[in-house]
Ligand binder design. Structure first.
Ligand code: SAM
Ligand code: SF4
Length: 474
């Protein structure tokens, strides 16, 4: 009988990709995916450590499995990913019925570890080396990733895929746990990346998103020759079958002119840039150890607008970081008003033990102030997003159709026209009526309505004869 695997993923796109790879490796050992926890023989939680809330949610989910494990002790429960690397033995202490703890740099070991547990070896833990106390090469090796195994079934859509071009991070922003749990920054070889992109294109994928914590600092040196992200984009342009790509997340200081020019000059490159600012106050940026001043961020925005006038830019902000005053917060609001981001992800500061921020500064902004600043900034960003989206009414965009929209999946009825969703070259979400056959195609869509988050449109048809309508390019 086939064994069943249940996997739950929280966190960023890196985690979504990691889950895809874990599923692929367990499939090779005869596992089949299930979305029902009680049916599963192996239950894995792929976790995030960026905020405390994300970790606590995993412990609550584990708590709900306690009785299942008591009734079915042969089931294997695993905590994998960033929280596994961050908490290590603590996971077993807080949830003693967990069998498996595996950090993000050791995921390739999961099939063997699961077999070992089946054979009676007891709980297993595999994590990477800490960032201090070992030489860099040894630490890097302990965080190696295993990207070539892909599993289309786990992708957000069959026509889109993530490709990792860089792992880890060396920026050490004082609030952030990522450098600790994801290890040193390492670029992947361009040959491997292009080979993977080719494989994905052969499988029918039309769009890829290149992933890295600071993707625009990507560098790979071999035989004295260094490949930058802009070089890699040129190499990917030759991959037949791929029609569009984007890359996330960018670091402001590394937004070089050669990269902006490549985005401008390569027709397959999305004109969308995610470049988190985190704060508009130099005092906060310094405390966060972001390595730039707000003037430099503004200068970068000017260069983006000059080089790619139609680019959409999105950002991340942390509100309520240690010592943030109303004046600091006002400076963040000023930056948002000035930059008119397409959208921003706004987070309340969450102290992370093990970071420099937790060691150096008191988490002294009260929760209700963090909440109020979060809501204020969100409201401001949403009204900017809505105003800008409204300006797109009447425009026609090429949209890569991803699949049925989430609301249709919830409320759609048999026989009702299918509500589809897709994205523009500027990363706007577009919802429109269509049919199953259109999924995976690029279609011209004219926008007739918009809110802060979504553009609503209809497929452009061209009247070519009394009773014949054809799809047409804009
Ligand atoms: N590497 C990316 C970068 O440098 O922007 C993003 C990494 S992080 C997973 C995504 C976002 O989470 C960050 O941009 C930041 O806004 C937020 N974040 C990170 N640590 C946080 C913390 N301790 N509390 C609240 N938000 C945090
Ligand atoms: Fe975290 Fe800063 Fe690295 Fe982004 S650049 S992953 S925020 S340390």
């Amino acid at each position: 009988m086939t064994k069943k695997l249940y996997i739950e993923t929280v966190g960023c796109q890196m985690n979504v990709l990691d889950s895809e790879l874990v599923v692929a490796s367990l499939r090779k050992r005869g596992y089949e995916l299930t979305d029902r926890r009680p049916k599963a023989d192996v239950l894995l939680f792929n976790t995030c450590s960026v905020r405390e809330h994300a970790e606590e949610k995993v412990y609550s989910a584990l708590g709900r499995l306690k009785h299942i494990k008591r009734q079915h002790p042969q089931k294997i429960i695993g905590v994998i990913g960033c929280m596994a690397q961050n908490h290590q033995q603590l996971v077993f202490t807080r949830a003693p019925y967990v069998d498996l703890v595996v950090g993000p740099g050791q995921l390739h070991q999961i099939p063997d570890l699961v077999d070992r547990i089946h054979d009676g070896a007891g709980p297993q833990m595999e994590v990477s080396l800490p960032r201090k106390g070992y030489d860099r090469a040894a630490i890097e090796r302990s965080f190696e990733s295993y990207d070539p195994l892909r599993n289309p079934e786990m992708r957000p859509s069959a026509y889109q895929a993530y490709v990792r071009i860089q792992i880890g991070c060396d920026k050490f922003c004082t609030y952030c746990i990522v450098p600790k749990v994801r290890g040193p920054e390492q670029g992947r070889s361009p040959q491997q990346i292009v080979a993977e992109a080719r494989q994905l294109a052969d499988e029918g994928c039309r769009e890829i998103t290149l992933l890295g914590q600071t993707v625009n600092s990507y560098r790979y040196t071999d035989g004295g020759r260094t490949t930058r992200l802009s070089d890699l984009l040129y190499m990917l342009h030759d991959v037949d079958g791929l029609d569009r790509w984007k890359f996330v997340t960018n670091f402001p200081r590394d937004m070089s002119d050669d990269l902006l020019q490549a985005v401008r000059d390569l027709p397959k490159c999305s004109h969308y840039l995610h470049v988190p600012a985190q704060s508009g106050s130099n005092r906060m940026l310094e405390r966060m150890k972001r390595g730039y001043r707000v003037e430099e961020y503004r200068e970068m925005m000017v260069r983006i607008r000059e080089t790619i006038p139609d680019a959409t830019v999105t950002s991340d902000f942390i509100v309520g970081f240690c010592g943030e005053t109303e004046e600091d917060f006002q400076l963040t609001k000023d930056l948002v008003a000035e930059c008119r981001f397409k959208n921003s992800f706004i987070f309340k500061y969450s102290e992370r033990p093990g970071t420099k921020g937790a060691e150096l500064y008191a988490d002294d902004v009260p929760e209700e102030v963090k909440k109020r600043r979060n809501n204020e900034l969100l409201e401001m960003q949403n009204s900017i997003s809505e105003e800008d989206n409204q300006l797109r009414i009447g425009e026609t965009y090429q949209v890569l159709v991803e699949g049925p929209s989430k609301s249709w999946l919830k409320h759609g009825e048999d026989g009702a026209p299918l509500q589809l969703t897709g994205r523009t070259n500027w990363d706007h979400i577009v919802v429109f009526e269509g049919n199953q056959r259109q999924i995976g195609q690029f279609l011209p869509i004219t926008i007739y309505d918009a809110n802060a988050f979504t553009l609503f449109g209809e497929v452009v048809t061209r009247h070519v004869a009394p009773e014949v309508y054809m799809l047409t390019a804009p």
